[in-house]
Design a protein around this ligand. Sequence first.
Ligand code: UGA
Length: 450
Amino acid sequence: MNENNKIITVLGTGYVGVTTSAILSNAGYTVYALDISEDRLNALRSGKSFFYEEGLNPLIKKAVDDKTLIPTSSYEEAVSKSSIIFSCVGTPDNPDGSSNLEYVFGAAKESAKFIQPGSVYVQKSTVPVGTGKEVSKIFKDLDVSYTSNPEFLREGTALFDTLFFDRIVVGGNSQQANNQILEIYKTVEQKRSDISKIAGIIGKEISGEYISTGLDSAELIKVTANAFLALKISFANSIAKLADKTDANVVEVMNAVGADPRIGRAFLNAGRGYGGGCFPKDVSGLIMSAEQNGVAMEIMEAASSVNNEMASYIVNNAKAKIGKELQGKKVAVLGLAFKSGTSDSRKSPGIKIANLLVNEGANVNAYDPEANEEASKDLNGGVTIFKSLNECVKDVDAVFITTDWPEFKEADFSKIADLMNGNLIVDCMNCIQISNVVAANLKYLGVGRK
Ligand code: UGA
């Protein structure tokens, strides 16, 4: 490895930035992790991430102790010493569904003040196709190459996905710069068994694909991948609604349909729909950027509207089972993170269901093993948060399981039955073994699953 290429700046210490920094700083690089939030930087300085992600803290701790991970808020300190800058800043959505690119442009402009000639500026944040062409103008006269290197990691399995990646996509106008970035991932691949040991992650020893493309293609690859996965989920949910009207079971249907390798079983799990910081935003972002280019993306509009309706579809089905009225009923919502394995509760279907239940007049208890604190700001005033499953389900008429945490999937349903007042379990992710519920003399309600 060329010594000059060993210093990297990662802009933004969100989910992608922290994971990228933790891995690169354990793979032989010195990484400046830059953020404007002192809270996030202080968490890193103390060897921790501000969010829960399995295996991450031991990597941060080691790299901070070894001084290969340097948290900083100074562009000058970080960027002027680095030959590669990864931009992982946030791209929140605007009220109209488009991506807010203020931070993407702001970080590039600030970096341009200190960036060294010959450096590569790498965009990892998910941006609408065409953004890179605009951002790269900032570096036009600076002898800096611009590439898009979209991130495919999932929260909850962020380290696994980054170390044992399926593919790395790098897209830009300079093949040399593309190769330079691909080399970084080859180094990660070589060192991944050591890194995964520190993190306590077990991976698969197969090689991922290295894909070099044009700039616009790389940007569109990322959004297309997320949109397609969201489409699969909404498709499964549409079939689940039909299954509910017949004697079909959507899990049986998808198991058999997904056995066809042309289709694949992944992301065909029907339930309360997708949430999180990525799918909802990327779907609306794709619709908007298509519209700006004069293309109607009806297929994604349909996926989005199916998704938006799933929470009320489930609440209405539960209402019919409980006996029409939720007014005055006491219910528990288990799961406030947008999925298991994370403390992230952005656009969480569990929060949406809890708030809908409050609007229906129910008294709502809620519990999540990791997301109680983060979710509290988005929960309606009528929701009471509990610190344990047992406290949460005490005396309730119905339990809604909205996130497939192992604690819920493997729960002792006879104990839950003893604690409850009523007898309805609403499995909003089709993740519970029905026989466990039935054996506890409880009633089961799934989504397209009898
Ligand atoms: C997603 C993509 O899977 C990653 O590849 C991508 O890098 C990331 O977005 C991103 O753009 O940063 P993530 O949002 O962490 O990752 O979560 P997923 O595991 O994809 O789940 C998204 C949502 O879909 C969750 O609410 C999950 O519960 C739901 N889901 C997933 C279903 O309802 N059904 C399924 O079959 C699968």
